[in-house]
Design a binder for this molecule. Structure first.
Ligand code: AMP
Ligand code: MN
Ligand code: MN
Length: 343
């Protein structure tokens, strides 16, 4: 695939979908595509399907048009899925993917297994939003589209901080700034600003945190009861794992929150050595080398113990991160892991 325009030339109806629990890159990239189609392909009918989005992203153009339910049984000429590494992560919108005449996946997850007809997947790229920028003509990027792409890049790079940020990423950000967007306001209001309740639960998570493996790993869990006490929802917990990661001396951070059914949503981040995507894939999750997630069962201490064992294996082998991803763990040495269960 060389650009979105040639893909759109042939079709009359398009469904756009992203991953469940949509984040800034997911919302930004999906709305960028939607706004591009509505601005430049008026004959093409487009629908965006995403789970409810965080309030901070509702200022983006046409965020109010996003369908949060998938009641219609429409069959689309084209279904474009974005920022999503596997079909199961599409949630209810998977039905539009399954029935569309053609499917395209635009993504940057290292765990992506090329599940669409056409796959535009570049794991080294900062964000799906950066990929969308590459797929549309620069002169057709309106201020509204620029805002969507900028939000996506800012969120997936932790404000241009992570190693996935390239010179090209910065170059694109510069071009977007020239489109007249309020770049400081976007960073402040969508990335750094937290509600009073969010700050409280962050504080609670940090109080709950403990270190393992000679302080190379930090982990914290928050329970359903704590989330109720501080009146926060899962979408309000973004950023907690990042704060854990920047603890001095730590290589990897693990954050868990309890789902309604008692299972745990896991977020992992690493600094230099650990390939957290490889661990997440082993537990049916996915993500990137330095940021990945999954859902796991058991007590929080059991889950932390299991993940610490996996991290310890990698630290002992000192493998370069990113190798052997998705391969079965052929490790036969049963290194006993100690520490996670200790008081
Ligand atoms: P999170 O820790 O939820 O912020 O996710 C970090 C990265 O891993 C993001 O790129 C997510 O899309 C991806 N990710 C998180 N959870 C899962 C999962 N269960 N399956 C696949 N990818 C995931
Ligand atoms: Mn995402
Ligand atoms: Mn992304």
């Amino acid at each position: 695939m060389k650009d979105l325009a040639s893909e759109l030339a042939q079709v009359k109806t398009v469904a756009i979908a992203g991953h469940i629990r949509p984040d800034g890159d997911c919302v930004g990239s999906c709305l960028a595509t939607y706004n591009y189609i509505t601005a430049w392909f008026p004959q093409t009918e487009a629908d965006v399907y995403l789970e409810p989005i965080p309030n901070i992203f509702k200022f983006l153009s046409h965020a109010d048009r996003i369908h949060h339910t998938c009641e219609s049984d429409r069959t689309y000429d084209l279904c474009i899925v974005q920022d999503c590494g596997d079909a199961a992560r599409l949630g209810a919108a998977v039905k539009y993917f399954n029935t569309a005449k053609k499917t395209i996946c635009i993504d940057h997850h290292v765990s992506n297994d090329s599940f669409a007809d056409e796959n535009y997947v570049f794991p080294e790229k900062s964000s799906t939003s950066e990929l969308i920028f590459e797929l549309i003509e620069e002169e057709k990027i309106t201020k509204e589209i620029a805002e969507c792409i900028y939000v996506g890049i800012v969120h997936d790079t932790g404000v241009f901080q992570y190693s996935s940020t390239s010179a090209r990423t910065m170059n694109i950000a510069g071009i977007l700034m020239e489109k007249g967007i309020s770049y400081t306001k976007i960073i402040d209001e969508t990335f750094y600003t937290k509600t009073f309740e969010q700050n409280k639960i962050l504080g609670q998570a940090l109080l709950n945190s403990r270190r393992y493996l000679e302080n190379q790993v930090i982990a914290a869990a928050v329970t359903k009861e704590e989330m109720e006490r501080y009146q926060v929802l899962p979408k309000h917990l973004d950023g907690i794992v990042s704060q854990l990661r920047v603890t001095k001396g730590v290589e990897a951070a693990i954050f868990l929150y309890e789902n309604e059914d008692g299972s745990w949503k896991i977020s992992m981040r690493s600094n230099e050595k650990v390939d957290v995507a490889r661990i997440a894939v082993k537990y049916q999750g996915g993500g990137h080398v330095r940021a990945a997630g999954a859902t796991m069962e058991g007590s929080s201490q059991e889950v932390i113990g299991t993940l610490c064992e996996e991290i310890e294996k990698q630290l002992q082998r000192e493998e370069p991160a990113g190798k052997e991803l998705c391969q079965k763990d052929s490790d036969t040495q049963e290194e006993s892991w100690q520490g996670a269960g200790e008081a």
